[in-house]
Design a protein around this ligand. Structure first.
Ligand SMILES: Nc1ncnc2c1ncn2[C@@H]1O[C@H](COP(=O)(O)OP(=O)(O)O)[C@@H](O)[C@H]1O
Ligand SMILES: [Mg+2]
Length: 353
């Protein structure tokens, strides 16, 4: 769903803003430290309860204040999503009704972010790549969230039992195995489904850079999960936790047949991250029939103008609702000001439309 209106109170240096958004492209322009990234963070927080910059409420609440508020109205359905954060408490409302799960907001608002640290998707820990897959599956595969929470619950119980040297650990292991297989299959299929978009996007953005993704499920390739668990039983008992399974999965990213993590430059990693995220939003649109929201913070960092232009072209093709930031008087700002978009100027936390 697309965001039609956005209201903020006491988010970092933005004391108050009430914005009417463009349903395709929104361009946010301002000097350094004006509050551009903060505006993007607001949308991320409304979806996930935290932002790509921090998960600490105290960083986000305006200095001297005790709470922050973000409200959004969705296009078409006119549904109202609200979040209020205090130091140790988050309140979520959907159409005025209090909800206790953040996922109630995320279900309505599928937000992806491309920011100056997006190269972490390539060189960061496996958890970053699992989060990438899980974002996609959460939105496009109905059963996934449920299966995953069941898996995590049983995993926790098995780990407890392993720590206590409780023989029940074996029984938990048997329950864990079929769930782990199902999660793994869903993830494998998801990554497989992204391949055609990755190939296409990569050819358009950087034709001489072949990127291939391979899902690694967290245990030996050819073995059923139960066999892998059986074979690691003694080590698991010694260590007091389950050492293999989807909780250890990863995506291997190959660049011209070599591990991207090891051989690619920072700039290349950023390009690959962009390719992955753009492919994911294409896949999202194909499967859901409506677009996601993409936040792009400071696209220019470490990318040539030519690459930025190709990424922009591709971004617009995803049909997503896009929010882009650019520095005053930058070349990127010049390009963005020429397209048909909602334009927001930010100055010391004041936003003018
Ligand atoms: N909790 C806070 N309360 C008040 N101001 C804050 C808070 N956190 C950050 N800031 C300030 O908000 C400003 C906006 O930052 P940011 O959104 O990163 O700007 P931009 O992306 O335009 O460079 C900065 O000047 C920063 O010091
Ligand atoms: Mg910024």
């Amino acid at each position: 769903m697309l965001l039609d209106k956005l209201s903020l109170r006491n988010l970092r240096n933005i004391r108050e803003a009430n914005l009417q958004l463009n349903n395709r492209t929104n361009v946010i322009i301002g000097e350094n430290a004006a509050g551009k990234t903060t505006l993007l963070e607001a949308i991320d927080i409304l979806s996930r309860g935290r932002s790509f910059r921090t998960n600490k409420s105290e960083d986000l609440i305006q200095h001297g204040g005790t709470s922050l508020y973000i409200g959004g109205t969705l296009g078409e359905s006119n549904k109202k999503l609200e979040i209020e954060k205090k130091q140790n408490k988050t309140k979520i409302l959907v159409d005025g009704k209090e909800e206790n799960r953040q996922s109630r907001l995320a279900e309505q608002l599928a937000v992806q972010t491309i920011h100056p640290n997006s190269h972490g998707l390539i060189e960061g820990p496996p958890s970053e790549r699992r989060a990438f897959i899980d974002w996609g599956l959460f939105h496009v595969e109905h059963s996934y969230k449920n299966e995953w929470s069941k898996y995590v619950k049983i995993l926790r119980q098995r780990n407890e039992a392993l720590k206590m040297r409780d023989p029940e650990a074996d029984a938990w292991m048997k329950q864990l195995a079929p769930l782990g297989e199902r999660i793994s299959l869903l993830r494998e299929n998801y990554v497989e489904g992204l391949k055609k978009h990755i190939e296409e996007t990569q050819k358009l953005i950087m034709p001489d850079l072949e990127v291939v993704l391979a899902y690694e499920k967290g245990w030996e390739k050819e073995k059923p999960f139960i066999e892998a668990l059986e074979s690691k039983k003694t080590t698991d008992q010694e260590k007091g936790f389950t050492g293999c399974g989807p909780q250890n999965a990863d995506i291997k990213i190959l660049l011209k047949n070599k591990e991207a993590q090891k051989i690619s430059s920072r700039g290349q990693q950023k390009i690959i991250a962009n390719i992955m995220l753009l492919s994911q939003s294409k896949d999202f649109f194909d499967k859901k029939g409506f677009p996601s929201i993409i936040l792009v913070d400071d696209l220019s960092a470490e990318l040539t103008l030519e690459i930025q232009e190709r990424i922009l072209e591709r971004l617009f093709e995803t049909r997503s609702q896009i929010f882009l930031t650019a520095l005053n008087d930058s070349v990127l700002a010049e390009i963005l000001c020429e397209i048909n978009a909602g334009l927001f100027h930010v100055e010391h936390g004041e936003i003018t439309q």
